[in-house]
Design a protein around this ligand. Structure first.
Ligand SMILES: Cc1cc2nc3c(=O)[nH]c(=O)nc-3n(C[C@H](O)[C@H](O)[C@H](O)COP(=O)(O)OP(=O)(O)OC[C@H]3O[C@@H](n4cnc5c(N)ncnc54)[C@H](O)[C@@H]3O)c2cc1C
Length: 384
């Protein structure tokens, strides 16, 4: 571990936001460190559906990097989404954009290996950040283990849903009306499933969320369930029990799981939803991805917003070095960019999620008339 290393930019967290940020800084001439508290490959609890806008954003950086993403071997290239309404009506949507599902253990490792191969970023694994100090001259990043602190002109917090950077440098508090929780486990041996179709089940008894079955390659399926934290708390639900109960007793699911083998424990994690404008920058720092709370409230997708905001953060970093200005006023331009390119759509999704979760009849009706272009568009938005 280097002693008192100084960097132009320290990116904290090597998930999709942090790795996309490091890739986007390639060629900037800046001295960049990317630190993560874990040693990769590391797992991240997720549905493992990689939304096509995440891949498109990488393609805008480099066609070769985009092609390289598809070289990942542990994945299922998905072509269809099957949506099942509370009353059992279903529609199948075929996607034009190329995309895939891949366990985050492999996907995130692949992204990090691209950073290591294609950029001069110094990657420091097993480097957990405990606290930060911001002064007029620099940001100081203190590790949790006995290692020397790092200093930087700019810190980019890409450290996920429980971000230390967001907690310390903004006045973020938990708002359960803008937070989801979800659980997932891996299964094999499901009946009536194929490797090209992601399935979404909307359930009468659990509104403002859905149950999913996503193929992730090699006959393995990511099976999960998530819903709004406010409703989980109000109903005192144990999501692990709900997932078990649904796979064992739900009329449309139980037979499909009868011969299935569960490959992992059921694990859960939080999803900070976007849709309201929060401060995501200040003097000498920026937040991206889940640290900036940018998950789509309707779909629960956040990998695409993580990649997109990581790239916007890199562009802001370059602007700061061009102007030698790291003030809160200069960095607020990043908030504006995120709001324009990501935030407005998230606000629409949030309102739509609330509207639909209060009206199960409308969801059922939407599926019945699912072939109508307007309704189909609404359903497409619901699953990305
Ligand atoms: C159950 C579940 C299902 C989901 N399904 C999907 C899905 O199918 N598709 C989708 O698009 N999105 C999904 N999401 C959301 C998605 O997982 C996140 O939006 C995405 O991972 C955000 O990426 P990120 O880079 O911001 O953060 P993360 O992927 O969480 O990465 C943060 C990184 O920071 C590191 N870190 C954390 N704290 C520190 C610290 N103190 N010091 C140093 N490093 C630190 C972590 O080790 C981690 O590597 C799901 C979420 C959940 C919980």
């Amino acid at each position: 571990m280097p002693l008192n290393q100084h960097y132009d930019v320290v990116i904290i967290g090597a998930g999709p936001a942090g790795t996309a940020c490091a890739l986007a800084l390639q060629g900037s001439g800046l001295r960049v460190a990317l630190v993560d508290r874990k040693q990769f490959p590391r797992d991240k609890i997720c549905g493992d559906a990689i939304p096509s806008p995440a891949l498109k954003a990488i393609r805008q950086l480099s066609q070769a990097w985009y092609d390289e993403l598809f070289e990942l071997t542990t994945k299922a290239e998905t072509r269809n989404s099957r949506l099942v309404a509370p009353n059992g009506t279903e529609i199948v949507v075929q996607w034009k954009a190329r995309t895939f599902n891949s366990p985050r253990l492999h996907f995130d490792q692949h992204l990090l290996s691209m950073v290591k191969r294609h950029t001069k970023t110094e990657v420091l694994e097993n480097f957990g950040v405990k606290r930060l100090e911001i002064s007029a001259q620099q940001a100081t990043v203190f590790p949790s283990a006995q290692a020397a602190p790092l200093t930087a002109a700019l810190v980019i917090g890409c450290d996920g849903a429980n971000s230390v950077v967001a907690r310390q440098l903004t006045n973020r508090t938990l708002d359960r009306t803008r937070q989801c929780a979800a659980v997932r486990a891996y299964f094999t041996g499901l009946s009536e499933s194929d490797e090209q179709t992601s399935e979404f089940f909307f359930l009468d008894e659990y509104r403002s969320g859905y149950f999913w079955i996503f193929p992730v390659g090699q006959g393995v399926f990511n099976v999960g369930f998530g819903m709004l934290s406010a409703q989980i708390a109000a109903r005192k639900l144990d999501l692990k029990q709900v997932l078990r109960h649904l796979t064992q007793t739900h009329p449309r699911l139980a037979t499909r799981f009868a011969q299935a083998k569960q490959l992992s424990d059921i694990q859960g994690f939080g999803l900070p939803l976007g849709g309201v404008q929060r401060p995501i920058s200040g003097a000498r720092f920026l937040l991206a991805g889940d640290a900036a709370a940018l998950i789509d409230p309707l779909q629960g997708h956040g990998i695409d917003k993580a990649v997109q905001s990581g790239i916007l953060a890199a562009q802001q970093a370059v602007r700061c070095f061009q102007t030698h200005d790291f003030s809160a006023a200069q960095l607020f331009e990043y908030d504006r960019q995120v709001q324009t390119h990501i935030g407005k759509k998230l606000a629409r999704s949030y309102h739509l999620m609330h509207f639909l979760s209060a009206k199960a009849w409308l969801v059922n009706g939407a599926f019945r008339f699912g072939r109508h272009p307007l309704i189909k568009n609404l359903l497409l938005k619901a699953v990305g």
